[in-house]
Design a protein around this ligand. Sequence first.
Ligand SMILES: [Zn+2]
Ligand SMILES: [Zn+2]
Ligand SMILES: [Zn+2]
Ligand SMILES: [Zn+2]
Ligand SMILES: [Zn+2]
Length: 447
Amino acid sequence: MSTNVPTKNDAEGGETSKTTIIGPLNFAKESSTDPPTSLVNERTVPCMFCTNVYDFHSPDSGADQLLAHLYLIHRLVVADVKEVACLPSYCYYWKDKFSNEPVEKYCSSMLLNQLPDGTTSQNEKYFLLSDVEPLDYEVRQRLRREKLELVLTRHQFERTDRTFHRGCLYCRDYRAETRPEYISHLYTKHFLLLGKPEHLVFVDELIDVVQDKLSQLICLFCEKLFKDRPTLKEHMRKKGHKRINPDNHYYDRFFLVNYRLKQKPEYVPIAKRKEESRVFASDSDSDSDWSDWNGEEQQTTCLFCTHPETSIDRLKQHMVEKHKFNFDQTVNGMNFYQRVKVVNFIRRQMYIRKCIACGEQYNDYDNLCKHLDETDHYLLDKETNAWDQPEYFFPTYEDDQFLCHLEVVENEKDDAAQEEGSIVISESVNASINLAAESLSLENFRM
Ligand SMILES: [Zn+2]
Ligand SMILES: [Zn+2]
Ligand SMILES: [Zn+2]
Ligand SMILES: [Zn+2]
Ligand SMILES: [Zn+2]
Protein backbone atom coordinates (compact mmCIF):
# COMPACT_ATOMS: atom_id res chain seq x y z
CA MET A 1 0.00 0.00 0.00
CA SER A 2 1.31 3.40 -0.90
CA THR A 3 2.31 5.72 1.85
CA ASN A 4 2.10 8.76 -0.39
CA VAL A 5 -0.90 9.95 1.45
CA PRO A 6 -1.30 13.52 2.49
CA THR A 7 -1.45 14.21 6.18
CA LYS A 8 -4.31 16.10 7.67
CA ASN A 9 -2.13 19.18 7.75
CA ASP A 10 -1.50 19.02 4.03
CA ALA A 11 -5.17 19.10 3.37
CA GLU A 12 -5.93 21.91 5.72
CA GLY A 13 -2.95 24.06 4.88
CA GLY A 14 -2.94 26.30 1.87
CA GLU A 15 -0.41 24.15 0.07
CA THR A 16 -2.06 21.47 -1.99
CA SER A 17 -0.07 18.29 -1.92
CA LYS A 18 0.88 16.95 -5.32
CA THR A 19 1.01 13.30 -4.35
CA THR A 20 -1.61 11.17 -5.98
CA ILE A 21 -3.89 9.51 -3.60
CA ILE A 22 -3.86 5.93 -3.93
CA GLY A 23 -2.19 2.72 -3.87
CA PRO A 24 -1.84 -0.31 -6.08
CA LEU A 25 -1.00 0.27 -9.69
CA ASN A 26 -3.34 -0.52 -12.44
CA PHE A 27 -2.43 -3.54 -14.50
CA ALA A 28 -3.10 -1.71 -17.74
CA LYS A 29 -0.49 0.84 -16.78
CA GLU A 30 2.20 -1.75 -16.43
CA SER A 31 1.54 -3.83 -19.49
CA SER A 32 1.26 -1.15 -22.14
CA THR A 33 1.67 2.51 -22.85
CA ASP A 34 -2.03 3.01 -23.51
CA PRO A 35 -3.75 5.40 -21.15
CA PRO A 36 -5.14 3.50 -18.14
CA THR A 37 -8.81 2.72 -17.79
CA SER A 38 -9.00 3.24 -14.05
CA LEU A 39 -7.18 5.05 -11.25
CA VAL A 40 -6.71 1.86 -9.25
CA ASN A 41 -7.46 -1.80 -9.53
CA GLU A 42 -11.25 -1.85 -9.35
CA ARG A 43 -11.59 -5.62 -9.47
CA THR A 44 -10.53 -6.23 -5.89
CA VAL A 45 -11.48 -3.18 -3.90
CA PRO A 46 -10.90 -3.70 -0.19
CA CYS A 47 -13.31 -2.95 2.62
CA MET A 48 -11.97 0.02 4.60
CA PHE A 49 -11.79 -2.09 7.74
CA CYS A 50 -11.51 -5.80 7.06
CA THR A 51 -10.10 -8.20 4.48
CA ASN A 52 -13.22 -8.42 2.31
CA VAL A 53 -12.74 -7.41 -1.32
CA TYR A 54 -15.26 -6.38 -3.96
CA ASP A 55 -15.31 -6.42 -7.74
CA PHE A 56 -16.63 -3.07 -8.90
CA HIS A 57 -16.99 -4.28 -12.47
CA SER A 58 -19.09 -7.29 -11.70
CA PRO A 59 -22.64 -7.06 -13.01
CA ASP A 60 -24.07 -7.65 -9.54
CA SER A 61 -22.56 -4.39 -8.38
CA GLY A 62 -19.60 -4.76 -6.09
CA ALA A 63 -20.09 -1.14 -5.09
CA ASP A 64 -23.56 -1.80 -3.67
CA GLN A 65 -22.30 -4.87 -1.87
CA LEU A 66 -19.42 -2.97 -0.32
CA LEU A 67 -21.66 -0.13 0.85
CA ALA A 68 -24.15 -2.53 2.35
CA HIS A 69 -21.29 -4.36 4.08
CA LEU A 70 -19.85 -1.10 5.47
CA TYR A 71 -23.21 -0.26 6.95
CA LEU A 72 -24.27 -3.67 8.22
CA ILE A 73 -20.93 -4.79 9.62
CA HIS A 74 -18.94 -1.65 10.35
CA ARG A 75 -21.82 0.79 10.92
CA LEU A 76 -20.31 3.25 8.51
CA VAL A 77 -22.24 5.35 6.02
CA VAL A 78 -20.61 7.33 3.24
CA ALA A 79 -22.50 10.57 2.68
CA ASP A 80 -23.35 11.58 -0.89
CA VAL A 81 -21.72 8.43 -2.14
CA LYS A 82 -22.99 9.04 -5.66
CA GLU A 83 -20.86 12.13 -5.79
CA VAL A 84 -17.65 10.24 -5.09
CA ALA A 85 -15.96 10.21 -8.49
CA CYS A 86 -13.99 7.05 -7.87
CA LEU A 87 -15.28 4.99 -4.99
CA PRO A 88 -12.50 2.37 -5.26
CA SER A 89 -9.80 5.03 -4.84
CA TYR A 90 -11.77 6.57 -2.02
CA CYS A 91 -11.85 3.19 -0.26
CA TYR A 92 -8.12 2.64 -0.67
CA TYR A 93 -7.49 6.08 0.71
CA TRP A 94 -9.65 5.68 3.81
CA LYS A 95 -8.51 2.14 4.42
CA ASP A 96 -5.01 3.46 4.71
CA LYS A 97 -6.12 6.21 7.11
CA PHE A 98 -8.19 3.92 9.28
CA SER A 99 -5.40 1.38 9.51
CA ASN A 100 -3.61 3.58 11.99
CA GLU A 101 -6.16 6.08 13.19
CA PRO A 102 -9.52 5.67 14.88
CA VAL A 103 -12.63 6.08 12.79
CA GLU A 104 -13.92 8.68 15.27
CA LYS A 105 -11.20 11.03 14.21
CA TYR A 106 -12.70 11.56 10.78
CA CYS A 107 -16.35 10.63 11.14
CA SER A 108 -19.41 12.05 12.77
CA SER A 109 -20.93 9.53 15.10
CA MET A 110 -24.42 9.04 16.32
CA LEU A 111 -26.39 6.74 18.58
CA LEU A 112 -29.47 5.02 17.26
CA ASN A 113 -31.79 2.70 19.07
CA GLN A 114 -31.63 0.07 16.42
CA LEU A 115 -29.29 -2.45 14.88
CA PRO A 116 -28.38 -2.12 11.20
CA ASP A 117 -31.01 -4.72 10.32
CA GLY A 118 -33.69 -2.61 11.99
CA THR A 119 -34.01 -4.66 15.18
CA THR A 120 -34.62 -2.50 18.22
CA SER A 121 -31.62 -2.13 20.47
CA GLN A 122 -30.24 0.58 22.75
CA ASN A 123 -27.55 3.16 21.98
CA GLU A 124 -26.01 1.61 18.91
CA LYS A 125 -23.21 3.70 17.49
CA TYR A 126 -22.99 4.63 13.79
CA PHE A 127 -20.52 6.65 11.79
CA LEU A 128 -20.88 9.05 8.91
CA LEU A 129 -17.98 9.78 6.60
CA SER A 130 -18.72 13.03 4.81
CA ASP A 131 -17.10 16.07 3.32
CA VAL A 132 -17.76 17.96 6.53
CA GLU A 133 -14.36 16.49 7.36
CA PRO A 134 -11.81 18.68 5.51
CA LEU A 135 -9.67 15.74 4.54
CA ASP A 136 -12.65 13.97 3.03
CA TYR A 137 -13.59 17.10 1.13
CA GLU A 138 -10.06 17.32 -0.20
CA VAL A 139 -10.03 13.68 -1.30
CA ARG A 140 -13.35 14.00 -3.07
CA GLN A 141 -12.23 17.09 -4.95
CA ARG A 142 -9.02 15.46 -5.99
CA LEU A 143 -10.70 12.25 -7.13
CA ARG A 144 -13.08 14.26 -9.25
CA ARG A 145 -10.23 15.98 -11.03
CA GLU A 146 -8.16 12.82 -11.43
CA LYS A 147 -11.06 10.74 -12.65
CA LEU A 148 -12.16 13.34 -15.15
CA GLU A 149 -8.63 13.72 -16.43
CA LEU A 150 -8.30 9.98 -16.83
CA VAL A 151 -11.62 9.66 -18.62
CA LEU A 152 -10.90 12.48 -21.04
CA THR A 153 -7.41 11.19 -21.79
CA ARG A 154 -8.76 7.73 -22.37
CA HIS A 155 -11.59 9.04 -24.51
CA GLN A 156 -9.20 11.02 -26.67
CA PHE A 157 -7.05 7.94 -27.09
CA GLU A 158 -9.96 5.69 -28.00
CA ARG A 159 -11.21 8.12 -30.63
CA THR A 160 -7.97 8.00 -32.59
CA ASP A 161 -6.04 4.87 -31.66
CA ARG A 162 -5.49 2.79 -34.78
CA THR A 163 -4.24 -0.34 -33.10
CA PHE A 164 -7.71 -1.49 -32.23
CA HIS A 165 -8.21 -4.80 -33.96
CA ARG A 166 -11.33 -6.63 -33.19
CA GLY A 167 -13.63 -8.86 -35.13
CA CYS A 168 -17.25 -7.84 -35.49
CA LEU A 169 -19.71 -9.38 -33.04
CA TYR A 170 -21.78 -10.56 -35.97
CA CYS A 171 -19.95 -10.84 -39.25
CA ARG A 172 -16.90 -12.89 -39.81
CA ASP A 173 -14.43 -10.90 -41.81
CA TYR A 174 -15.02 -7.33 -40.74
CA ARG A 175 -12.13 -5.67 -38.93
CA ALA A 176 -12.27 -2.12 -37.67
CA GLU A 177 -9.16 -0.05 -37.22
CA THR A 178 -10.61 2.31 -34.68
CA ARG A 179 -13.24 2.04 -32.01
CA PRO A 180 -15.53 4.68 -33.54
CA GLU A 181 -15.50 2.75 -36.82
CA TYR A 182 -16.35 -0.42 -34.99
CA ILE A 183 -19.26 1.14 -33.11
CA SER A 184 -20.54 2.73 -36.32
CA HIS A 185 -20.27 -0.58 -38.14
CA LEU A 186 -22.39 -2.30 -35.49
CA TYR A 187 -25.03 0.32 -36.01
CA THR A 188 -25.02 0.78 -39.76
CA LYS A 189 -24.60 -2.91 -40.66
CA HIS A 190 -26.30 -4.68 -37.79
CA PHE A 191 -28.55 -1.95 -36.33
CA LEU A 192 -27.03 -2.51 -32.92
CA LEU A 193 -27.02 0.82 -31.10
CA LEU A 194 -24.51 1.13 -28.28
CA GLY A 195 -24.38 4.91 -28.32
CA LYS A 196 -22.76 7.56 -30.40
CA PRO A 197 -19.04 6.81 -30.65
CA GLU A 198 -18.14 10.30 -29.48
CA HIS A 199 -20.16 9.78 -26.29
CA LEU A 200 -18.58 6.48 -25.32
CA VAL A 201 -15.53 5.67 -23.27
CA PHE A 202 -13.92 2.39 -22.14
CA VAL A 203 -15.23 0.94 -25.37
CA ASP A 204 -13.19 -2.29 -25.16
CA GLU A 205 -14.86 -3.26 -21.94
CA LEU A 206 -18.27 -2.20 -23.20
CA ILE A 207 -17.88 -4.53 -26.18
CA ASP A 208 -16.71 -7.30 -23.87
CA VAL A 209 -19.84 -6.88 -21.79
CA VAL A 210 -22.10 -6.83 -24.82
CA GLN A 211 -20.42 -9.89 -26.30
CA ASP A 212 -20.76 -11.66 -23.00
CA LYS A 213 -24.48 -10.93 -22.74
CA LEU A 214 -25.13 -12.09 -26.28
CA SER A 215 -23.18 -15.29 -25.80
CA GLN A 216 -25.21 -15.94 -22.66
CA LEU A 217 -28.29 -15.46 -24.87
CA ILE A 218 -29.48 -12.45 -22.91
CA CYS A 219 -31.28 -9.60 -24.64
CA LEU A 220 -29.32 -6.36 -24.20
CA PHE A 221 -32.40 -4.24 -23.75
CA CYS A 222 -34.95 -6.22 -21.72
CA GLU A 223 -32.34 -8.61 -20.31
CA LYS A 224 -34.50 -11.67 -20.76
CA LEU A 225 -32.87 -15.02 -21.36
CA PHE A 226 -33.49 -16.92 -24.60
CA LYS A 227 -33.12 -20.56 -25.53
CA ASP A 228 -30.86 -20.16 -28.55
CA ARG A 229 -29.10 -17.61 -30.68
CA PRO A 230 -31.64 -17.43 -33.54
CA THR A 231 -34.52 -16.86 -31.13
CA LEU A 232 -32.59 -14.11 -29.36
CA LYS A 233 -31.69 -12.47 -32.67
CA GLU A 234 -35.26 -12.62 -33.85
CA HIS A 235 -36.52 -11.16 -30.57
CA MET A 236 -34.04 -8.28 -30.56
CA ARG A 237 -34.81 -7.43 -34.16
CA LYS A 238 -38.60 -7.69 -33.93
CA LYS A 239 -38.94 -5.84 -30.63
CA GLY A 240 -36.40 -3.19 -31.48
CA HIS A 241 -34.23 -4.36 -28.61
CA LYS A 242 -30.94 -3.89 -30.39
CA ARG A 243 -29.61 -1.42 -27.85
CA ILE A 244 -28.47 -1.48 -24.27
CA ASN A 245 -30.88 -1.11 -21.41
CA PRO A 246 -30.88 2.57 -20.41
CA ASP A 247 -32.18 1.71 -16.95
CA ASN A 248 -29.27 -0.55 -16.14
CA HIS A 249 -26.83 1.70 -14.33
CA TYR A 250 -24.08 -0.80 -14.85
CA TYR A 251 -23.58 0.89 -18.22
CA ASP A 252 -23.33 4.39 -16.81
CA ARG A 253 -19.58 4.43 -16.75
CA PHE A 254 -19.35 3.88 -20.49
CA PHE A 255 -21.01 7.21 -21.14
CA LEU A 256 -18.92 10.32 -20.99
CA VAL A 257 -21.84 12.39 -19.82
CA ASN A 258 -21.83 10.68 -16.47
CA TYR A 259 -18.44 12.10 -15.61
CA ARG A 260 -19.40 15.69 -16.12
CA LEU A 261 -18.47 17.85 -13.19
CA LYS A 262 -21.60 18.94 -11.52
CA GLN A 263 -21.88 22.35 -10.05
CA LYS A 264 -21.33 22.16 -6.37
CA PRO A 265 -22.10 24.93 -3.99
CA GLU A 266 -19.17 26.41 -2.21
CA TYR A 267 -17.84 24.45 0.66
CA VAL A 268 -19.39 25.61 3.90
CA PRO A 269 -19.25 23.07 6.69
CA ILE A 270 -22.73 22.24 7.84
CA ALA A 271 -23.05 23.14 11.48
CA LYS A 272 -20.87 20.91 13.57
CA ARG A 273 -21.93 17.47 12.55
CA LYS A 274 -18.68 16.10 13.83
CA GLU A 275 -19.77 16.18 17.41
CA GLU A 276 -21.46 13.10 18.62
CA SER A 277 -25.16 13.36 18.42
CA ARG A 278 -27.47 11.58 20.79
CA VAL A 279 -30.50 12.84 19.01
CA PHE A 280 -32.00 9.50 18.20
CA ALA A 281 -31.08 7.57 21.28
CA SER A 282 -34.08 9.05 22.90
CA ASP A 283 -36.55 6.26 23.42
CA SER A 284 -34.90 5.32 26.65
CA ASP A 285 -34.00 8.79 27.69
CA SER A 286 -35.16 10.69 30.64
CA ASP A 287 -36.26 14.18 29.81
CA SER A 288 -32.87 15.46 30.80
CA ASP A 289 -31.50 15.24 27.28
CA TRP A 290 -34.35 17.30 26.02
CA SER A 291 -34.74 19.87 28.75
CA ASP A 292 -32.84 22.56 26.95
CA TRP A 293 -34.40 21.63 23.62
CA ASN A 294 -37.93 22.26 24.63
CA GLY A 295 -37.50 25.64 26.19
CA GLU A 296 -40.40 27.93 25.56
CA GLU A 297 -38.68 30.30 23.20
CA GLN A 298 -37.18 27.58 20.98
CA GLN A 299 -37.93 28.32 17.39
CA THR A 300 -38.17 25.86 14.56
CA THR A 301 -37.19 26.87 11.06
CA CYS A 302 -39.23 25.99 8.00
CA LEU A 303 -37.87 23.14 5.91
CA PHE A 304 -37.94 25.30 2.78
CA CYS A 305 -37.27 28.87 3.84
CA THR A 306 -35.88 30.78 6.79
CA HIS A 307 -39.28 31.38 8.34
CA PRO A 308 -39.23 30.51 12.07
CA GLU A 309 -42.11 29.59 14.34
CA THR A 310 -42.29 28.69 18.00
CA SER A 311 -45.28 26.46 17.38
CA ILE A 312 -44.75 23.41 15.22
CA ASP A 313 -48.39 23.45 14.19
CA ARG A 314 -48.14 26.99 12.93
CA LEU A 315 -44.97 26.04 11.10
CA LYS A 316 -46.69 23.11 9.43
CA GLN A 317 -49.50 25.46 8.48
CA HIS A 318 -46.94 27.85 7.00
CA MET A 319 -45.48 25.02 4.91
CA VAL A 320 -48.90 24.13 3.57
CA GLU A 321 -49.76 27.73 2.71
CA LYS A 322 -46.42 28.93 1.42
CA HIS A 323 -44.95 25.73 -0.02
CA LYS A 324 -47.93 23.49 -0.66
CA PHE A 325 -46.17 20.90 1.48
CA ASN A 326 -48.16 18.95 4.00
CA PHE A 327 -45.69 17.39 6.37
CA ASP A 328 -48.08 15.16 8.27
CA GLN A 329 -49.57 13.84 5.08
CA THR A 330 -46.11 13.22 3.61
CA VAL A 331 -44.91 11.15 6.55
CA ASN A 332 -48.23 9.47 7.17
CA GLY A 333 -47.62 5.78 7.87
CA MET A 334 -43.90 6.23 8.39
CA ASN A 335 -42.20 5.21 11.59
CA PHE A 336 -40.07 7.51 13.70
CA TYR A 337 -36.78 6.80 11.94
CA GLN A 338 -38.29 7.22 8.54
CA ARG A 339 -39.67 10.60 9.54
CA VAL A 340 -36.22 11.55 10.84
CA LYS A 341 -34.75 10.65 7.47
CA VAL A 342 -37.35 12.69 5.64
CA VAL A 343 -36.53 15.81 7.66
CA ASN A 344 -32.78 15.39 7.33
CA PHE A 345 -33.13 14.65 3.63
CA ILE A 346 -35.16 17.77 2.90
CA ARG A 347 -32.77 19.90 4.96
CA ARG A 348 -29.81 18.46 3.10
CA GLN A 349 -31.33 18.88 -0.36
CA MET A 350 -32.32 22.47 0.34
CA TYR A 351 -28.84 23.15 1.66
CA ILE A 352 -27.13 21.80 -1.43
CA ARG A 353 -29.79 23.36 -3.69
CA LYS A 354 -31.26 20.18 -5.08
CA CYS A 355 -34.90 19.54 -5.79
CA ILE A 356 -36.39 17.15 -3.22
CA ALA A 357 -38.51 15.44 -5.87
CA CYS A 358 -36.37 15.13 -8.99
CA GLY A 359 -32.87 15.84 -7.67
CA GLU A 360 -32.21 18.61 -10.17
CA GLN A 361 -29.29 20.75 -9.03
CA TYR A 362 -29.51 24.54 -8.93
CA ASN A 363 -26.95 27.26 -8.48
CA ASP A 364 -28.82 29.22 -5.94
CA TYR A 365 -31.74 29.15 -3.62
CA ASP A 366 -33.98 31.39 -5.73
CA ASN A 367 -33.71 29.24 -8.83
CA LEU A 368 -34.37 26.12 -6.81
CA CYS A 369 -37.52 27.67 -5.32
CA LYS A 370 -38.65 28.78 -8.74
CA HIS A 371 -38.32 25.19 -9.93
CA LEU A 372 -40.12 23.78 -6.88
CA ASP A 373 -42.97 26.21 -7.47
CA GLU A 374 -43.28 25.79 -11.20
CA THR A 375 -43.11 22.01 -11.23
CA ASP A 376 -45.01 21.40 -8.01
CA HIS A 377 -41.99 19.54 -6.72
CA TYR A 378 -42.57 20.26 -3.05
CA LEU A 379 -42.97 16.53 -2.59
CA LEU A 380 -40.96 13.38 -2.08
CA ASP A 381 -40.53 11.10 -5.05
CA LYS A 382 -42.29 7.93 -3.96
CA GLU A 383 -40.53 5.84 -6.58
CA THR A 384 -36.90 6.55 -5.95
CA ASN A 385 -37.23 7.01 -2.20
CA ALA A 386 -34.03 9.03 -2.33
CA TRP A 387 -34.61 10.07 1.27
CA ASP A 388 -34.48 6.49 2.51
CA GLN A 389 -30.72 6.22 2.91
CA PRO A 390 -28.89 5.58 6.17
CA GLU A 391 -26.94 8.79 5.81
CA TYR A 392 -30.14 10.68 6.57
CA PHE A 393 -30.22 9.26 10.05
CA PHE A 394 -27.61 11.93 10.67
CA PRO A 395 -28.95 15.44 11.22
CA THR A 396 -28.06 18.02 8.61
CA TYR A 397 -28.04 20.80 11.15
CA GLU A 398 -26.99 20.48 14.71
CA ASP A 399 -29.85 21.13 17.11
CA ASP A 400 -32.49 20.92 14.42
CA GLN A 401 -35.64 21.73 16.39
CA PHE A 402 -37.81 20.03 13.81
CA LEU A 403 -36.39 16.69 14.92
CA CYS A 404 -37.41 17.22 18.54
CA HIS A 405 -40.94 17.79 17.45
CA LEU A 406 -40.95 14.45 15.75
CA GLU A 407 -40.14 13.02 19.11
CA VAL A 408 -42.89 14.94 20.85
CA VAL A 409 -45.41 14.15 18.17
CA GLU A 410 -44.67 10.50 18.37
CA ASN A 411 -47.39 8.95 20.44
CA GLU A 412 -47.64 5.76 18.45
CA LYS A 413 -44.43 4.31 19.85
CA ASP A 414 -45.80 0.79 20.04
CA ASP A 415 -46.76 0.74 16.40
CA ALA A 416 -43.41 2.16 15.43
CA ALA A 417 -41.51 -0.41 17.45
CA GLN A 418 -43.40 -3.20 15.73
CA GLU A 419 -42.76 -1.79 12.32
CA GLU A 420 -39.09 -1.31 12.96
CA GLY A 421 -38.53 -5.02 13.14
CA SER A 422 -39.48 -5.27 9.52
CA ILE A 423 -37.24 -2.64 8.01
CA VAL A 424 -34.79 -4.10 5.57
CA ILE A 425 -32.02 -1.57 5.67
CA SER A 426 -29.74 -3.15 3.15
CA GLU A 427 -32.26 -2.46 0.44
CA SER A 428 -31.87 1.21 0.94
CA VAL A 429 -28.13 1.11 0.60
CA ASN A 430 -28.27 1.62 -3.05
CA ALA A 431 -25.22 3.12 -4.57
CA SER A 432 -25.88 2.82 -8.24
CA ILE A 433 -24.90 5.86 -10.18
CA ASN A 434 -28.12 7.23 -11.39
CA LEU A 435 -27.39 9.97 -13.82
CA ALA A 436 -29.66 10.66 -16.70
CA ALA A 437 -27.99 10.24 -20.02
CA GLU A 438 -28.31 13.50 -21.83
CA SER A 439 -26.77 15.13 -24.84
CA LEU A 440 -23.39 16.54 -24.19
CA SER A 441 -20.70 18.69 -25.55
CA LEU A 442 -17.15 18.72 -24.37
CA GLU A 443 -17.73 22.21 -23.02
CA ASN A 444 -19.54 20.57 -20.15
CA PHE A 445 -16.33 18.94 -19.13
CA ARG A 446 -14.19 22.00 -18.77
CA MET A 447 -13.06 22.42 -15.25
ZN1 LIG B 1 -15.35 -5.05 6.26
ZN1 LIG C 1 -20.33 -6.86 -38.78
ZN1 LIG D 1 -35.49 -7.87 -25.32
ZN1 LIG E 1 -41.19 28.37 4.55
ZN1 LIG F 1 -37.77 18.89 -9.30
